[in-house]
Every structure is written in C-alpha cells, then in structure tokens.
Design a binder for this molecule. Structure first.
Ligand SMILES: O=C(O)c1cc(=O)[nH]c(=O)n1[C@@H]1O[C@H](COP(=O)(O)O)[C@@H](O)[C@H]1O
Length: 235
C-alpha cells in the first residue's frame, strides 16, 4: 500500500453529489464507518456544503473540496487563501500553469493539499478536439502532470488508465487521485475513461473517487463495503 496513506479506508473517497445537505447527511449516516473520506463538489458547496465540510471535519472525516478553481492567477490566489482555513484535506484547481501557481501562492503554508485536474474523465480524444485542443488525452495529461509538479502542486486528478504515464512524471511523493471508477457491471454514465476499483489500485493510484456507484445504490453501505473489499484485495 502507498506510504502516503495510513488508513486503507482513506483510499476510497465518496463523492457527495447530492442536491442538499440533508441528502448528504443521510448518505454519511448510512455509510457510517464504511467511509472515512468525502468529496464535496460545487453543487453541494453552493447549497450549504461549506458548513457541512466543517461538520465532517469535526466528526473526524477527511474532506476533499472539489471546486475546480480556474481564473486569473490573482483571483485563484485569493480564492485558495479564503479556503485555506476550512480544515479540508484536498482542493482541486484546473491544471493550467497560471492557475496552479496562483493556487500554490494562496495556500501559503496552510495544511491543504492542492490537486490539479488534468483532463476530465468524461473526455476522450474527440472531446478534447471539440474543445480546441491539439493533443490526445494521454499527451495532455502527461504535459499537465509535468506542469503541476513544476508549480508545486501536491497531486494529480486523472483517469486511473493514465497512472503509469503520470507516475513516471511525478514520482512517488505526489498523489494520484482517480475518478471514473466503475465496479464491474455498473453503468458508466457520462464517464469515458473508467477502470474498476481493483484495476485502479493495482495500477498504483492513491485515492479512488466514487460517486454514483455508491450514492445511487439501493444499499449505499453495501456498495461502499464491496468497493473497500476490492481495494483491500488489490492493495
Ligand atoms: O475532480 C474530480 O473529482 C473529477 C475529475 C474528473 O476528471 N472526473 C470526475 O468525474 N470528477 C468528479 O468525480 C466524481 C465522479 O462521480 P461518479 O461518476 O458518479 O462516480 C464527480 O463528482 C465528478 O465531478
């Protein structure tokens, strides 16, 4: 198991992609000790999720605040500085060099790890072409991982399918965090670059992000426990 993570349960991050904090509370209480790490995205953050963040931290849960910040450097610096005292563990920014440098400046010694989102896992090469990029997914991910390392970012968000390329660039100290995780037989939905939990762990990722396969399961606790079993078997 990766040296950076002490508790095996912390390798699974549950995405609380629900519309209200009451829905979020229901899932957190259903999961109980089956999950130790939660991701709050901007839909929930805009609906009171920043307060929920503090409550989760107070209850001993780890929190990944996924706001995917992107703006001129100065605005990113000020945004990250405002978020630095929330007590969250992880925060996302888009992997543009100015944005990443601004984020590192805004973090200014706070105990907050910054993650750079390289190429969204719902994108394939054609989607990148549509967005005006001239690089294939793997090449863009490699370039952005290099730029993230240079900027002083702590970890990379990519598909687990790119783990080898990214690890080669960033070495073992930085984190690899991978959404687009789908247990065998579960619906991909809008995700295009997916791997199973076991495949992702064997590839060498640090944290998996899992949303719908848990939060939309008939029994979220059983779904989370099954994913944890797969993680444990592959670790
Ligand atoms: O930054 C992220 O967390 C993220 C990056 C990415 O490339 N792909 C991606 O799916 N995510 C997030 O990861 C979660 C995946 O959710 P599910 O597809 O439901 O498992 C969502 O909250 C996405 O916003």
């Amino acid at each position: 198991m990766t040296q950076k993570i002490n508790d095996l349960r912390d390798r699974m991050i549950v995405a609380l992609d629900v519309p209200t904090i009451w829905d979020a509370y229901r899932i957190v209480s259903q999961l109980g000790d089956a999950a130790s790490f939660y991701k709050i995205g901007y839909a929930l953050a805009f609906a009171g999720g920043l307060q929920l963040t503090q409550q989760l931290v107070a209850e001993g849960k780890k929190v990944f605040l996924d706001l995917k910040l992107h703006d001129i450097g100065n605005t990113v610096t000020e945004g990250v500085a405002s978020l630095s005292n929330l007590g969250v563990d992880l925060l996302t920014v888009h992997a543009y060099p100015q944005t990443m440098r601004g984020a590192v400046e805004g973090r200014d010694g706070a105990d907050l790890k910054l993650l750079a989102v390289t190429a969204l896992t719902s994108y394939d090469d054609g989607d990148l072409r549509d967005a005006g990029y001239g690089l294939a997914v793997r090449d863009l991910v490699r370039l952005r991982a290099e730029q993230a390392r240079t900027a002083g970012i702590d970890g990379i968000v990519c598909s687990a399918a790119e783990t080898e390329i990214v690890r080669d660039v960033i070495g073992s100290d930085m984190l690899i965090v991978t959404p687009g995780i789908r247990p065998a037989g579960s619906a991909a939905g809008d995700q295009k670059r997916t791997l199973t939990p076991g495949e992702a762990i064997r590839a060498g990722v640090d944290h998996l992000v899992v949303g719908r396969p848990i939060i939309r399961a008939a029994d979220p606790r059983a779904a989370a426990a099954a994913i944890m079993d797969e993680i444990a078997a592959a670790s």
